[in-house]
Design a protein around this ligand. Structure first.
Ligand SMILES: *Cc1c(COP(=O)(O)O)cnc(C)c1O
Length: 413
């Protein structure tokens, strides 16, 4: 595909995705016939309702009064000094968004859409439980029922999030098929949606799945980049030289990146290298995947020798999905975003550094973006990089301390 520069992205949002949900060759809607009407209904509702002034104003009010937005941009001065380069590191504090991560940005948008559509229930899948907690929060806010499909293996591993969802009034539906993890939970949630779409809408956890979800979730998450661009410019008088974000399914990254696409800013998507390059040791779908289909859309996908979705691994459970949002596949191919990798070990070093030097405990997912910002600062010596701090790390501390202690091996000052 022809390489594009930032100047080619002026009219990007009007053109991508096209009306069938394609970003170049990626995306689309690959579904059994019975499910098409349900996704058509959401697409039509989204395209009309979400443009209305009433919807936009109500969502703005929710963002301000319930979510606590705008979240700040913060200059990590001490971290930048300790890294020892003149390049300055900034973070966009999505960890301060209500529920502690960016996921609520699209869940509140989808909940509000459901309300305008007259639906009474939100259906979702969850892996580590972060998306489940966000959707349960939205359901409580809007006074809707909520069914969250979750693999039995994940239910056993993620007890605190299961408790949170139940406290918020959601029903956690155990899925025992196959490996009993995220992939089976998505399949089960699709099936439930097929039977219940008259009364319910389905809310996927990232910029994934059949059209219109990659577009809709991106649009709701773009609040991250819209705010960050304005805040950074106000703080410094110019744009950052570079921005970066972790890429699991790709929603916090798409949200940060989109408003910067047509600006002279280098953009880096950070994929999890996990333990290494071998299949099963990482979740870097763009770096190591091939084009394929999963969960109703086409994109880069980690695959085994037979072309089936391969197991994905990252120390950050929010990043271990074998595919990636189709828009990222496109932005990779046209060269507008560079996709780099950060290992478990580098992410953990950044985790401890942000705790110790800035007083912020980041999610391990977000630590991947911070680790890349540190690497960039060392390599570039001057300028600035803004990283998406997609979530807080409270959920991770027991695991971290049990497995890696207080970070003794990293030689913190
Ligand atoms: C879920 C999650 C991610 C990864 O999801 P994306 O869709 O790639 O953004 C990253 N950070 C946090 C804190 C998460 O909860």
């Amino acid at each position: 595909m022809e390489k594009k520069t930032y100047r080619d992205f002026d009219t990007y949002l009007k053109e991508f995705p096209d009306e069938n949900g394609y970003f170049g060759r990626y995306g689309g809607r690959f579904l059994p016939d019975e499910l098409i009407p349900a996704f058509e209904e959401i697409t039509n509702a989204y395209e009309t309702i979400c443009q209305s002034a009433q919807f936009i104003n109500e969502l703005r009010r929710i963002r301000r009064e319930f979510q606590g937005r705008p979240t700040p941009v913060y200059h990590c001065e001490r971290l930048s000094n300790i890294v020892g380069s003149h390049c300055q590191i900034y973070v966009k504090r999505e960890d301060l968004n209500h529920t502690g991560a960016h996921k609520l940005n699209h869940c509140m948008g989808e909940g509000l859409l459901a309300k305008y559509m007259g639906k009474k229930k939100l259906i979702a899948e969850t892996g580590a439980g972060q998306h489940g907690v966000a959707i349960a929060t939205a359901a409580a806010y809007f006074g809707m029922e909520c069914d969250v499909y979750m693999g039995v293996v994940d239910i056993a591993k993620q007890a605190p999030n299961v408790t949170r969802m139940k406290l918020l009034g959601a029903r956690v539906v155990p899925v025992s098929d196959g490996a009993g993890t995220l992939k089976e939970a998505v399949d089960a949630a699709f099936n439930a949606y097929l039977n219940e779409y008259h009364d319910a809408i389905y809310c996927i956890g990232s910029v994934l799945g059949p059209h219109p979800f990659p577009k809709m979730v991106r649009d709701f998450q773009a609040v991250i980049g819209i705010e960050a661009k304005e805040q950074f410019t106000e703080m410094t008088g110019h744009l950052p030289d570079a921005i970066c974000a972790s890429v699991g399914g790709g929603s916090n990254s798409a949200g940060l990146f989109i408003p910067f696409l047509s600006s002279p800013v280098d953009i880096y998507g950070v994929e999890p290298l996990g333990r290494g390059e071998k299949i099963g040791d990482n979740a870097a779908s763009i770096t190591y995947g091939k084009v394929g289909r999963l969960h109703g859309f086409e994109s880069y996908l980690l695959q085994d020798e037979d072309g089936n979705a391969a197991p994905a691994y990252s120390i950050a459970s929010g990043l271990d999905y074998p595919g990636v949002g189709p828009e990222h596949a496109y932005l990779h191919d046209v060269g507008r975003v560079q996709y780099v990798t950060v290992s478990d070990d580098e992410a953990m070093e950044a985790f401890y550094m942000l705790c110790r030097y800035e007083g912020i405990i980041p999610a391990i997912e977000s630590s991947h973006a911070v680790a890349y910002a540190i690497r960039y600062a060392k390599e570039h010596k001057t300028g600035s990089i803004l990283a998406s701090l997609s979530g807080r790390g409270d959920k991770d501390i027991d695991y971290v301390v049990d497995n890696l202690g207080l970070g003794e091996k990293y030689n913190l000052k």
